[in-house]
Design a binder for this molecule. Structure first.
Ligand code: HEC
Ligand code: HEC
Length: 183
């Protein structure tokens, strides 16, 4: 091991110690409690996602740094359903700590055959006539380009299959009869 490698290994270790030490066990307990109240309804009790993004992931597209994560929790993401939470600064940090903890869990497994899904999407389902992916497709339904980064898979499944579900009610308003025939 060279000096340089050793030094970077040591600074990485210090960084871990610093972050681990920044949160007490009490902070995490409080963070989880607040998460269940303010976030779980959309992001799932274990961060598995729902109406909101999967948070049980090591990399969050818009919250890769502590600062960005804290900012999103406090202020939301403008123009989306993600609103800022009414929490004090310390509570925001506690929730952020819990979100990072969720990120250490394995991401949810999704059953299904993506290839077959793609065939159905462009074929029998005719989804592209109403929805765009990367600017290709219709515009009468919402753009689905990054839908997997916004919604959990269970929510998406329900949007297509279960007429009683909120997501599906929204969808039906869009008159996609394929989905309800399939369901
Ligand atoms: C009303 C539902 C809802 C609630 C409540 C909610 N979120 Fe969100 N959140 C969303 C949605 C939807 C998105 C994706 C926004 C988009 O891109 O359109 C999101 C995005 C995020 C992101 C960005 C993820 C990424 O991949 O970059 C983080 C982090 C986040 N939420 C954390 C939280 C936390 C922590 C709470 C609780 C304090 C919370 N959210 C409460 C719906 C919600
Ligand atoms: C006739 C047009 C039409 C067709 C065809 C159609 N959709 Fe939709 N879809 C819509 C509309 C409109 C909405 C938005 C409803 C709303 O927001 O109230 C929607 C909503 C959705 C949503 C929810 C998006 C979100 O942000 O929650 C998903 C997922 C979806 N559609 C997937 C599909 C798939 C997959 C197919 C093909 C099997 C399909 N749609 C076919 C019009 C359509």
């Amino acid at each position: 091991m060279t000096m340089r490698m050793m030094r970077s290994a040591i600074s990485l270790l210090l960084l871990h110690v610093f972050f681990a030490g920044a949160w007490s066990a009490d902070d995490l307990v409080e963070g989880e409690r607040l998460y269940q109240i303010h976030c779980a309804g959309c992001h799932g009790p274990k961060g598995e996602g729902g109406r909101g993004t999967v948070l049980a992931a090591t990399n969050l597209a818009r919250a890769s740094t502590e600062g960005a994560l804290i900012n999103i929790i406090a202020r939301g993401i403008p123009g989306t359903e993600m609103l800022g939470a009414r929490l004090e600064a310390q509570q925001v940090r506690q929730v952020a700590a819990w979100v990072r903890k969720l990120g250490q869990q394995p991401p949810p497994q999704i059953a299904g055959d993506a290839r077959r899904g793609e065939q159905l999407y462009f074929g029998k389902g005719d989804c592209a006539s109403c929805h765009a992916i990367s600017t290709q497709g219709g515009v009468s339904g919402p753009d689905l380009t990054e839908i997997g980064l916004r919604r959990g898979s269970e929510y998406l499944r329900k949007a297509l299959l279960e007429p009683e579900a909120k997501a599906a009610r929204d969808h039906r308003r869009g008159q996609c009869d394929f989905c309800f025939r399939a369901g």
